[in-house]
Design a protein around this ligand. Structure first.
Ligand code: ME8
Length: 634
């Protein structure tokens, strides 16, 4: 059986979980779930990094001792992940006795082999980074991360002979193109390695810092926090001879952001080499989330906490947004407007609409049971199947190489193709003619199959939506039992299985408050004087079928519709915030047919579409059952 092991960085316990931590951990969760769907045996590790100066300082500021403080923040991380549907197998803390033992074991081993030596070092030390800097690493004499001048410090310490492994590391990176990816970060490490590598100071005198793992060969010192933290990736799985270590090492994918490239790209592989085991398989490096185009900053209040967003926007919407919006490797921007936009367009209009209309038609035309295919497939059916196959293939290629946004784009191409397919096949017309029963079966079945493929492909990204979709599509299996190769095969839905419609997957997020402020929405009905029946009868109300619908450029609200009401009419309707154009095609609407023509944003309108509006939602008025176009409403 194939193995897959994924890790996040272990987060410092000096800050609460924010969107950056959530992103890395969700990426890892998506990869883990995806490999499970492929039938791999998987292991997913996250945790917290709890030793060192930084934590002592943060604890002091909070008026707590380091251990109680670490317990508190570590618990916040541990409790956040299940709330984001993150299913890690293990949560490691660097204060766990098991981890501390492994760190000491590796230190002893490397010391015994002669790669750790004692020496005096005088240099420029940055307290924030907990390390010495060389002159050339400083920017204008200051630490590039903390923008502070380092202090001069002389210390006798232990050093790891990292320089000894420089040539080996260059060779290893050059002969393994996927060792560090994307390529820009591989190049960054290689270019760093063009300069001679210095040995790494791996100890801190206890008189200065007591909060750390004592060196096994000299207890006047504790271990430098990075030499301690990186070892979590193997201590958590039972290095050196535990069954999980034997099973999962070295097929590990480390996921990190660019801030910690150097410790992971240089310290860690050389430490591994010195300790005498196989290097990790890949280091995967992503960019930074910015908030409204700026750096995330606690002092400026620009920190996005996932648990603030999820109750407002929904968990799967949040996960989808992060995975769709960031190109892995590049920076991305977070804004609530962009999140709302994605929810309303991709999730409510595209995916939600496809799913609800498919199930509604299955209920209406086939009593809620999956119809068998008719005997012959038409070109449009094969085209939809090809879209589903393409989405599957793209996901299989792109997800393992971190092209999450590309996989999602391809899945959404399939969703949009399925919506168009329904518009063109117009099942509501087929349903009128008994001679078209077989064709109607094929059309609804193809739409159901597309929904099923989509449900499976979004499962790693949006696990609870996928579960809901598969259940309503009649799936009887627990989620863990699904396999992409068997279940995403076109035609694999069982004939006759009952499906259930349920509520909307993604309700639209109405920006009602803002709109109200603009005076565009008023829940209060206009005051009208009584009208006589004669006056009312002067209004010519007619039923029509929407044939075409499109946005009017530069308007958020206006749509141009072509409505068939016996004759075709062009109508401009102010419903664009509540309906996507594709949603309307094929729908029956009620028109005020004898309204004087008017021009809106330069487009002529010959009528008005009736809609009900309660201040929050707006829904068009439609006859309960389809009637002939042009039918009079009275
Ligand atoms: O560095 N955008 O912990 P840390 C995207 N303890 N990701 C971000 C981010 C942002 N704006 N900010 C943080 C440490 N991250 C060490 C790691 S590992 C052996 C030790 C994420 O709490 C991203 O994954 O500072 C980044 O690499 C990590 O949080 C840094 O977490």
């Amino acid at each position: 059986m194939k193995r897959f092991y994924v890790t996040t960085p272990i987060y410092y316990v000096n800050a609460e979980p924010h969107i950056g931590h959530a992103y890395t951990t969700i990426v890892s969760d998506v990869l883990n779930r995806f490999h499970k769907l492929l039938g791999y045996r998987t292991f997913f590790l996250t945790g917290t990094d709890e030793h060192g100066d930084k934590i002592v300082q943060a604890a002091q500021e909070a008026g707590m001792d380091p251990k109680s403080y670490a317990d508190h923040i570590s618990a916040l991380f541990r409790e956040t992940w299940p709330k984001l549907d993150i299913a890690n197998d293990c949560f490691i803390r660097t204060t766990d006795p098991g981890h501390m033992r492994v760190v000491q074991h590796i230190l002893q081993k490397v010391h015994d082999s002669g790669d750790i030596y004692f020496s005096t070092y005088k240099g420029l030390y940055c307290v924030g980074c907990e390390r010495f800097y060389t002159e050339r690493e400083l920017v204008d004499g200051k630490c590039p991360d903390h923008d502070r001048e380092p202090v001069e410090r002389e210390e006798a310490n232990y050093f790891f002979r990292m320089s000894k492994y420089q040539d080996w590391l260059i060779g290893h990176i050059e002969s393994n193109p996927h060792f560090i990816r994307p390529e820009r970060y591989r190049n960054e490490v290689l270019s760093f390695l063009k300069e001679p590598l210095e040995d790494l100071c791996i100890s801190r005198p206890r008189e200065r810092l007591d909060w750390g793992i004592p060196l096994p060969f000299d207890d006047r010192y504790v271990t430098y926090v990075w030499f301690d933290a990186l070892i979590n990736y193997v201590s958590a799985i039972g290095y050196p001879d535990g069954p999980l270590f034997r099973e999962f090492w070295p097929c590990v994918q480390h996921i990190i952001a660019k801030d910690i490239l150097k410790p992971h790209g240089i310290y860690w592989p050389t430490m591994i080499r010195a300790a005498g085991f196989e290097p990790y398989q890949s280091l995967n490096v992503h960019g930074y989330w910015k908030i409204n185009e700026g750096k995330m900053s606690k002092s400026k209040g620009a920190v996005v906490r996932p648990l603030d967003l999820v109750p407002r926007y929904g968990l799967d919407a949040f996960r989808y947004f992060l995975m769709r919006e960031m190109v892995f490797g590049l920076d991305a921007n977070f804004s609530e407007e962009a999140l709302v936009q994605r929810i309303n367009s991709d999730l409510a209009n595209d995916l939600g609409n496809l799913f609800s209309r498919t199930l509604a038609m299955t209920a209406r035309y086939f009593g809620g049971r999956i119809p068998p295919f008719g005997s012959e497939a038409e070109a449009m059916d094969r085209e939809l199947e090809a879209h589903a196959r393409q989405a599957l293939q793209t996901a299989m290629e792109e997800i393992p190489r971190l092209g999450f946004h590309k996989a999602l784009i391809s899945i959404w191409e399939c969703i949009n193709a399925a919506n168009k397919y329904i518009d063109h096949a117009a099942p509501w017309n087929l349903a009128k003619d008994p001679a078209c029963e077989e064709r109607l079966r094929t059309v609804i079945r193809c739409a159901l199959e597309a929904n099923r493929t989509v449900a499976l492909l979004i499962a790693p990204f949006m696990p609870s939506t996928a579960r809901k979709m598969l259940e309503r599509l009649g799936g009887a299996k627990p989620m863990d039992a699904y396999r992409l190769d068997e279940d995403a095969v076109w035609g694999s839905l069982p004939d006759g299985t009952p499906v259930s419609k349920g509520e909307a997957l993604f309700p639209r997020i109405e920006q009602a408050v803002k709109e109200k402020e603009k005076g565009e929405i008023s829940a209060k009905p206009p005051e009208v004087e009584g009208v006589t029946i004669e006056s009312f009868q002067k209004i010519d109300l007619r039923v029509g079928v929407v044939k075409e619908a499109e946005k009017i450029p530069k308007s958020n609200k206006l749509l141009r519709l072509v409505v068939d009401m016996g004759e075709e009419r062009q109508v401009v309707a102010g419903i664009g915030r509540h309906y996507a154009p594709e949603e309307l095609v094929g729908k029956q609407v009620v028109l005020v047919a004898n309204l004087q023509p008017a021009k809106l944003m330069g487009v002529e309108s010959h009528g008005m579409v009736l809609a009900a509006h309660d201040g929050k939602a707006l829904r068009i008025v439609s006859p309960e059952e389809p009637v002939s176009p042009g039918a009079r409403v009275s």
